[in-house]
Design a protein around this ligand. Structure first.
Ligand code: SF4
Ligand code: SF4
Length: 390
């Protein structure tokens, strides 16, 4: 009996080692594809795939869910596999899944498995509503960015459906139990949760996950520029609030909260420093019905009629790359951060090393709080987190 148990343990350990070896191979592959793009090809290495027109939330800051009637246009499983094959052939090594809500796809686990086995780093942006139910099947998901906009049930109001807060918290615990996926919250700040940044950072810290902040801006309404079609006019941050938003993030970062944004990118936002955007050389955005769109949601190419390789060789793609460099429009912290990484800025890379420690330092075994000095010794040991109330 004891011998059987020992043999079983040895087998499990061997399997774990094999997983780790394959993981490192994939991460090195992704790093190699970024460096190749940076040095030679200027081609995107991350396939950013909006997997479905459907969504089960009705967020007040979003209009995407109104596309639900178009779900019949979503690519079938085999078509997604083909897209992944094409992307791999074109040198891409990252697969970023979003939507709509990617977890409403019944084949989401199969697609994640396929992408990982192919050699992609797998990343998902999810509203977290179905994580508790489907998390177990996502053993091949490397990173989950889970949307959470408030630190209590008021999140339900922002997200336009009941129980979102509880669902997200339980879903994140489900992923942490499995222990393979690195998790971070993504919090979108608008006039509805303007006061919540610090408490959200505290919650992330307490739960041992990372956090990244977006903002809704009045000025940027990519592809949806009238007050009829976008909520941004009412709910977006005005320029003064936006400045305060960046300053608060910088304070939180310096205090040691687990923000994914780097100090350098935040400082430059605070100082309104111009920058060079490399987004098109990093991400290729493909819609649920296999169209390529630019970062500002303008149509670029039909992948049902031509190949990905043809698009990447086209004049349209080249001029998109060139115009992005001087664009300077985006106020999203992630895009500036990605561009600094692509530019191999030393301070940015050093900051990323700190984040890697945060996400890779086995936070799921100990649930230890990474970052926040005042909560350094606070360990959850699998218990429910303390949730703050108004
Ligand atoms: S979950 Fe995402 S896609 Fe769905 S309504 Fe909210 S922001 Fe929009
Ligand atoms: S800065 Fe301009 S080119 Fe770059 S992602 Fe933003 S809108 Fe696109």
């Amino acid at each position: 009996m004891a011998e059987n148990f020992q043999t079983q343990n040895v087998l499990i350990e061997k399997q774990e080692n094999l997983h780790e070896l394959n993981d490192w191979k994939r991460y090195l592959g992704a790093l190699g594809s970024m460096l190749k793009s940076r040095m030679f090809t200027q081609r995107p290495f991350f396939l950013a795939h909006a997997m479905t027109f459907g969504c089960n939330s009705r967020c007040k800051t979003c209009t995407y869910w109104k596309n639900i009637y178009r779900m019949k246009e979503d690519m079938k499983t085999e078509e997604v596999y083909q897209l992944l094959d094409e992307a791999y052939e074109a040198g891409m090594r990252g697969y970023y899944m979003f939507g709509g809500e990617p977890l409403i796809r019944p084949d989401i686990d199969k697609i994640t498995d396929y992408a990982k086995n192919k050699g992609f780093i797998t990343v998902m942006n999810t509203n977290g509503s179905l994580l508790e139910e489907k998390g177990k099947k996502l053993k091949n998901l490397d990173f989950a960015f889970v949307s959470l906009d408030y630190y209590n049930d008021y999140d339900d109001v922002i997200r336009g459906r009941p129980n979102t807060f509880g669902e997200v918290i339980r879903g994140v615990y489900e992923l942490k139990k499995i222990g393979r996926t690195k998790v971070a919250f993504v919090t979108t700040i608008s006039s509805m949760n303007w006061n919540a940044m610090r408490k959200m950072a505290e919650l992330a810290s307490e739960m041992g996950v990372g956090i990244s902040f977006n903002s809704v801006e009045q000025s940027l309404d990519f592809g949806q520029t009238t007050s009829d079609t976008t909520p941004n006019f009412d709910l977006g941050l005005n320029p003064e609030q936006l400045k305060e938003f960046y300053s608060t993030l910088l304070d939180l970062k310096r205090e040691g909260y687990p923000l994914l944004e780097t100090e350098e990118a935040l400082e430059d936002f605070v100082n309104s420093k111009p920058w060079t955007c490399h987004f098109p050389k990093m991400f290729l955005y493909v819609t649920p019905n296999k169209q390529v769109y630019n970062c500002d949601y303008t149509y670029a190419y039909d992948l049902r009629k031509g190949s990905l390789e043809q698009y990447l060789r086209s004049d349209g793609f080249r001029s998109y790359v060139a115009s992005a460099e001087t664009c300077n429009k985006c106020v999203r912290t992630c895009v500036r951060g990605y561009s600094y990484t692509y530019g191999l800025f030393p301070r940015q890379l050093w900051g990323l090393a700190g984040q890697a420690r945060l996400l890779f330092d086995k936070p799921y075994e100990s649930c230890s709080v990474a970052g926040s000095p005042q909560r350094k010794d606070n360990r959850l040991h699998g218990s429910k987190p303390v949730i703050w109330r108004h």
